[in-house]
Design a protein around this ligand. Sequence first.
Ligand code: NAD
Ligand code: UDP
Length: 361
Amino acid sequence: MTPPRAAPCVLVTGGLGYIGSHTVVALAGHGYRVVVVDDLSNSSIDVLAPVEALCGTSVATYCGDVRDREFLATVLGRNPVACAVHFAGLKAVGDSVRMPLEYYDVNVNGTLTLARALEAAGVRRVVFSSSATVYGDPAVAPTPETHPLAPANPYGRSKRDAEELLADLCASDPRWGAISLRYFNPAGAHPSGTIGERPQGVPNNLVPYIAQVANGERPALRVFGDDYPTPDGTGVRDYVHVMDLASAHVAAVARMLSRPGNEVINLGSGRGYSVLEVIRAYEHANDVRVPYEIVPRRSGDVPRYLADATLAGQLLDWRATRGIDEMCRDAARFQRMHVQRAPRPARTPASSPNRALSPAS
Ligand code: NAD
Ligand code: UDP
C-alpha cells in the first residue's frame, strides 16, 4: 500500500526494540517521517545509528516512558504526528506471572496513557502490537481472529485488555481508528545484519536461543517436550519474518490513515514448524550444528499456534513472503555480527544524540 503524497509523521513507541526498529526502517523507506519514543528498558540507544543508516536519514528519538503523559504531550506538541504505532511493552510470559502489576501497568496503563495523550493532541489513529497469546490454547488451527480469546497468563490478558480498550475507544467516537495486529512468532533480522533481536540474559524465544547455541555461546538447546499431539511431538509455531511484520505495519498505517474504526488482524504465514524442524532448518541454512536435548514441557506452553492470515490478505494486501530458511539465515547473520561484543554502557538520555529528550527536560 503506498502512503499518501505528502507523507505524514508516524510516532513509533518502542521504536528501538526488535520489531519497532525494523518497522521504523520500513516506514522511512516508504517515505514516512518517523518519530521514536523509547525508554530503553529493553533496548539501547546504540540501535539508533544502524537504524538511521538504514533509513538514510536522522530519526527524531525521544527517551522516555509511555506512561508519562506530560512527556508524550511534549513529543506530540513538537511533531505533527498523524498516527501512532504502539510497540512499547513488556513481552515475557514468565515475567508476567511473577510481576503482573508491572505487566498491567506498562501494557495496559501504557496504552491508556498513550491513547489519552493522542486524544488530547487530536491524533486518533493507532496501530497496536498484540499477540497470538490472546487465544490461549486455541481449539482451531489455523486460528481466525473470530476465535474466542482465552489468554492463559497476565501477559496475554494485558494484551487482550489493551485491545479491548482501543475497541471501546473506537466505539465511543467515530473519529478514532485502531488496528490491533496479533503477531504469531516473529523471527529473523534485517538482511544487513545490523539490526535484530538482542535478548537481555537468557533468551526465552526459540530462534534467538538456537542462534546462541549455533554460535557456541551456549552448549545446547533444551527442547521443551516431545510428547505434544504434533507430528514429531515438539511444539509447532507459525514463524513470521520480522521484515514481513515491518511491511504489515506500513500497510496498517496506510489503512489507518485512510479510515477510522477498529480492526483486529492476525499476522502469520499459516505454515507451522515444529521445534525439531526449526533446528534442522537452522542447521541447513547456516551449515552449522545445533546440539539439543529433550527436557520436560515448559509450563504454560501450548502444542500449536498457527495463524489464519486470510484477513491480513484482504484488508492489508499482506502475506508473509519470507520462509523459515531466510529467517534462520538472517538471524544467524545478526548473531555473528553481534557476538562477543563487550556490552557498551547504556548512554543516559542526557548524553544521547541531541535529538533525544529526557522526560524531565
Ligand atoms: P522489544 O522489547 O524488543 O521492544 C519493545 C521496546 O519498547 C523496547 O525498545 C523497550 O525499551 C521499549 N519499552 C518498553 N517499555 C516501555 C515504556 N514503558 N515506555 C517506552 N518504551 C518502552 O520487544 P519486541 O519483540 O520488539 O515487541 C514489540 C511489541 O510486540 C511488544 O508490545 C510485544 O508485546 C509485542 N509482541 C512481540 C512478540 C515477539 O515474540 N517479539 C510477539 C507478539 C507480540
Ligand atoms: N522452545 C524450546 N526451547 C527453548 C525455547 C522455546 O523448545 O529454549 C519451544 C517452545 O516450547 C515452543 C517453541 O519453541 O514450542 C516456540 O517458543 P517461543 O518461546 O519462541 O514462542 P512462544 O512459546 O511464545 O510461541
